[in-house]
Each structure stands twice: as C-alpha cells, then as structure tokens.
Design a binder for this molecule. Structure first.
Ligand code: SF4
Length: 327
C-alpha cells in the first residue's frame, strides 16, 4: 500500500474542503470498503479524510420525511422501529447485506458509495475500463455471470452491489450532499451513473462533495414494501438478482407502485414501463407477467448471465405475490 496522509475531519465543510484540495483524496467512515480497495491496490488515495466521527448519525422522522444521517451504522438503521414499520424494504435490504460484524461498522453513506464487485475491477493484473480508462473490458467476453443485462455499454457491464441503494430507489429517496459549491440534493436514482463511454465516472458527486444524509418521503406505498434478494449462498453474499417493490392499493387495484432492481444493471434499475403495467389495475397474474416483460425489454444478456432475464421476472412475481397475493 502506498503511503498516504490521514486527517480526522472536525466537520462536513472541512472534510469537503480537504478532499477537494487534492487530486487523489478519499473520504473514509466505517472503513469496510476503502481499506480493502487500498490493500488490493485498486485505489491509492494520497489523503484519507476520516468522517466517521462527524455528528451525522441521527435517524428520525421529521416533517413527513425520514432523515438518515450518512454516518448512521447499517445495523442501527435496520433495527430502527420507524424504519421497520414505515419503510420495511429499507430494513430488509440492510439485513440482507453483508455480515452482522460489517453492518455494525459500515455506514449508510459508505454503503451507497461502495464500488462494483466485478472481479476484473478488483484484480489489478487485469485490464478494466472502470479502474484504468481505455484499457478494455475483459468481462464482455469473459466471466460475466454476475454482470449487467440492462444499462451496460460496450465499455463496462458491471453491476452496482448495494442492496440499500436498490431499496432507497424504490421509495424515492434523496441523497443530501455538501460540497465546495454548497448543499444540494440528488434523487438516489440519479446518484450512480450509467457507464456509457466513461465507466470511470461512477457517481454524480462533484470533487470534494460529501454525502451528509438521505431523506425518504413517508408514503402508503413505502409502508407496503418488500425486498427480495436472490444470491448464491444465504449470507454475506451479493445479489445475483434483487427486487425492491413499494405498492399502495385501493381494494385490489394498485394505486401507486415503485419498483427497483439490483444485480441486473450498473445502477439500481427503475423500470417506468413495468410500473405502468401495474398502476391502475388489479394485481392479476396477467398484469404481473406484463410488468416482467416490460422490465426485460431491451435486455442484453451475455454468455454466462442469460438466466437473469428469466430470474428477475420470477423474482418480481414473487415479491408482488407476497405484497398483494391475498387481496
Ligand atoms: Fe471493468 Fe466494468 Fe469491465 Fe468489470 S465490467 S472489467 S468493472 S470495465
């Protein structure tokens, strides 16, 4: 590991200024992600700014919105009674993530900012457009079982690994930030960028911009929400495919629906066409099947991940059945 400077920030503004002041600076909070990437030589910041001790760890309901501080621990948020009751999809996604040890250490902001688990990205002996722009993407014709079927490009087909990001996308969360140019909020659905021809540009955050928290509007759909994660083993494993769904009903008719999918795209994947196929209709088998077809229209599976086209539709049907099957 290359030598680096370390500073414990006294406040978010100072942290943002410090990271903006260098070309290769990085924030650290729980340390469950950055330290691994540094040890493996994937990232080599010359300055690490510790924001783990900043007073940004609150979780509270205020003005019809749930506010989650960026340094709140994953387990704390998963166990919070308001999150469990009003945003079950968020609690379920957190509990399906990582190990209890990691959940007790890792933060909400860090979870959203984690890097892809693509093996080529994490192997510094391999080319990778995301890590080394212009070097190529060996996953396209190589090991691509875990890679994207939607939203990828000829430059990168990596998927984003965060369960939490998928759940928060389904409840229309906003990411709150502070940077050298001031405060702003970004829809979580817009936080992670599609790779296009610049896969090394991973998020919409600007230089020095720090996530200070997440805001989620209270809604009937969020209260009737669910997360399903399909993975190769039962714990401490990333999603092969996941579905977050939030629905509201009047009788049997779906009045509000938000769907987000993990394991299939470079960012949490929202499908307006799939949602439109369900909204305003009873939750029948035909409507669910139509939503699934709309979801995978335009999918570009690769040699080893064709099974995801069918699997994500089955996962969607399972989640919808669990949410509305008894109506
Ligand atoms: Fe790199 Fe993306 Fe290709 Fe993986 S899929 S090797 S992250 S460019």
């Amino acid at each position: 590991m290359k030598p680096f400077d370390y500073v414990r920030a006294s406040g978010p503004s100072e942290a943002a200024g410090l990271v903006a002041s260098r070309d290769a600076a990085a924030f650290i909070a729980g340390g469950t992600e950055l330290t691994n990437l540094m040890k493996d030589g994937v990232l080599a910041p010359d300055l690490v700014v510790d924001v783990g001790g900043l007073p940004l760890s609150g979780v509270e309901l205020r003005g019809g919105r749930l506010h989650i501080g960026a340094t709140a621990r994953m387990q704390t948020v998963a166990d919070h009674p308001v999150v469990r009751e009003r945003f079950p999809v968020v609690s379920q996604a957190l509990l399906a993530s990582a190990s209890p040890q990691v959940r007790n250490r890792a933060t909400i902001g860090g979870n959203l900012m984690q890097r892809t688990r693509c093996g080529y990205y994490r192997d510094t002996g391999s080319p990778c457009n995301r890590r080394m722009p212009g070097s190529g993407c060996p996953a396209i014709d190589g090991q691509n079982r875990r890679h994207a079927i939607l939203g990828g490009s000829s430059h990168c087909i990596a998927v984003h690994p965060s369960d939490l990001a998928v759940a928060l996308t389904a409840v229309d969360a906003l990411v709150l930030t502070l940077g050298p140019a001031g405060r702003r909020s970004i829809a979580l659905a817009d936080l992670h960028l599609l790779p296009g021809s610049t896969p090394h540009r991973e998020t919409a955050l600007r230089r020095g911009e720090i996530i200070t928290g997440v805001e989620v509007p209270v809604s009937p759909a969020a209260r009737t929400s669910r997360y399903l994660k399909l993975r190769d083993r039962a714990s401490f494993e990333f999603a092969v495919v996941s579905v977050a769904a939030a629905l509201a009903f009047r009788g049997r008719v779906v009045t509000d629906v938000r769907l987000a999918f993990g394991g299939v795209a470079p960012r949490p994947w929202r499908s307006a066409a799939a949602e439109d196929a369900l909204r305003g209709r009873p939750l029948t088998g035909a409507a669910v099947a139509a939503a699934g077809r709309h979801l995978v229209r335009g999918a570009e599976p690769r040699e080893h991940n064709r099974f995801k086209v069918d699997l994500v539709q089955r996962a969607l049907a399972d989640v919808l059945d669990a949410l509305g099957g008894d109506r």
